[in-house]
Design a protein around this ligand. Structure first.
Ligand SMILES: Cc1cc2nc3c(=O)[nH]c(=O)nc-3n(C[C@H](O)[C@H](O)[C@H](O)COP(=O)(O)OP(=O)(O)OC[C@H]3O[C@@H](n4cnc5c(N)ncnc54)[C@H](O)[C@@H]3O)c2cc1C
Length: 370
């Protein structure tokens, strides 16, 4: 007997789109679950906005309507991001929403009338799905074997005290994590190093980040740099620990012999800050139809980019699955009722994500009552 709770809607992502979807679903009396890989509402904004950035309540050109859910607009306009997140968090707590934090969405399967949404830990059964995971999808590590448990940002430096830790990536985000982690270990008198592995030979960091990192090294930070270090295999060792093996050097020993030097880290002590990609690979994996832009077909999308096919209400080519907000920006293809395709410019704004969510939930309500 299936005893799993069945939700009307599974919302993936607790950004402006996901939280707006929750507010609207609650208003309609639907039961829903929000699945968020981070630990706070608007985690995507927390991760991508610079500290102290002012949040603008921008309304797209040509739109006259105010913010469709006023409580989600920064008040006052140009509120620093930290205060905006506090505003949203208070709203979410007051609303009592069921948000499952720390759950990284992996897959959706349809069986009969229900979808099963899978995360790394759990499964959720839902009648409808709204994909509100934004546009900042972490790049795949591209290693053989399962490496999904590797963190993409530094949640808590304390978790790594006493353990050698590997930070992967050659940019500002990785450098920031290396400096923060090294500082935390130093203050805790922890002699274990922070390894900074970059697949390329060159690091690309801005002056401020380089200065912070330089200061950390000068005051005794224990940082080891691994250039040209390539993650190779994700595997489970004989003690059942998920490990990532990093190839650090290859030496041609002659006669067809190659000497390889590698390091292996438990995945829970690896943080991969290797950049982001758009959601097109996820849409493909879920079997949601997309069109590849070629000259003459798309005016907004870049040549070679893939644009998702959506109805006017943001339903994808798989009935019951909707995609909204940053995930479908900067453009998508609208499939109109008479079967015509129209390329739609879609601004990536808080306002737009909220409006999309309302439209999708209202469509779900109209379908549920049919
Ligand atoms: C630097 C910067 C400044 C900006 N400034 C403004 C501004 O001032 N005003 C404005 O209107 N807009 C601004 N924007 C745009 C605005 O932030 C986005 O349009 C908006 O956040 C999109 O909302 P969303 O809910 O679609 O996606 P997001 O905000 O990206 O939220 C997606 C959520 O899904 C979660 N998620 C992602 N993958 C998974 C997964 N696999 N499993 C579970 N959860 C997942 C993320 O952690 C995140 O919390 C700015 C954007 C940037 C990058």
């Amino acid at each position: 007997m299936n005893t799993m709770k069945i939700y009307d809607i599974g919302i993936v992502g607790a950004g402006p789109g996901g939280i707006a979807g929750a507010i609207r679903a609650k208003k309609h009396g639907l039961n829903f679950v929000v699945i968020e890989k981070g630990h706070r509402p608007f985690q995507g904004i927390i991760d991508s906005y610079p500290k102290g950035k002012k949040v603008y309540a921008t309304i797209p050109k040509g739109e006259t309507a105010p913010f469709p859910i006023e409580a989600l607009a920064p008040v006052p306009d140009k509120l620093p991001v930290e205060a905006y997140i506090d505003q949203i968090e208070a709203l979410v707590i007051k609303s009592g929403f069921a948000i499952c934090y720390g759950e990284d969405f992996q897959n959706i399967e349809k069986r009969g009338d229900f979808f099963t949404i899978t995360t790394q830990n759990r499964r959720f059964q839902t009648r409808f799905v709204i994909l509100a995971f934004g546009s900042n999808i972490p790049m795949d590590l591209g290693v053989y074997g399962e490496a999904k448990t590797i963190a993409r940002s530094l949640d808590n430096p304390e978790d790594h005290i006493g353990f050698p830790t590997l930070v992967l990536g050659g940019g500002n985000a990785a450098a920031d994590v290396v400096a923060t982690l090294s500082g935390a270990k130093r203050k805790a008198d922890d002699p274990t190093p922070v390894y900074w592995g970059n697949m390329k030979e060159q690091f690309k960091v801005n002056k401020d980040v380089a200065r912070d990192l330089g200061e950390e090294i000068l005051v005794g930070g224990h940082i080891r740099i691994l250039q040209g270090a390539i993650p190779r295999i994700g595997e489970v060792d004989e003690e059942g620990v998920d490990r990532l093996t990093l190839l650090t050097q290859e030496i041609d020993a002659g006669n067809g012999m190659i000497l390889k030097q590698a390091m292996s880290f438990p995945m829970k002590h690896v943080i991969a800050c290797i950049g982001t990609q758009g959601p097109a690979p996820i849409f493909s994996r879920l079997g949601l139809q997309q069109i590849t832009c070629t000259e003459g077909v798309c005016r907004i999308g870049k040549e070679g980019s893939r644009l998702i096919l959506l109805t006017g209400n943001f339903q994808t080519s798989v009935k019951g699955i909707y995609a909204i907000g940053g995930a479908v920006s900067p453009a998508y293809i609208e499939v109109q009722q008479e079967g015509a395709f129209k390329e739609r410019k879609h601004t990536n704004l808080i306002y737009t994500a909220i409006k999309d969510a309302i439209c999708a939930v209202d469509d779900i309500v109209s379908k549920s009552t049919q």
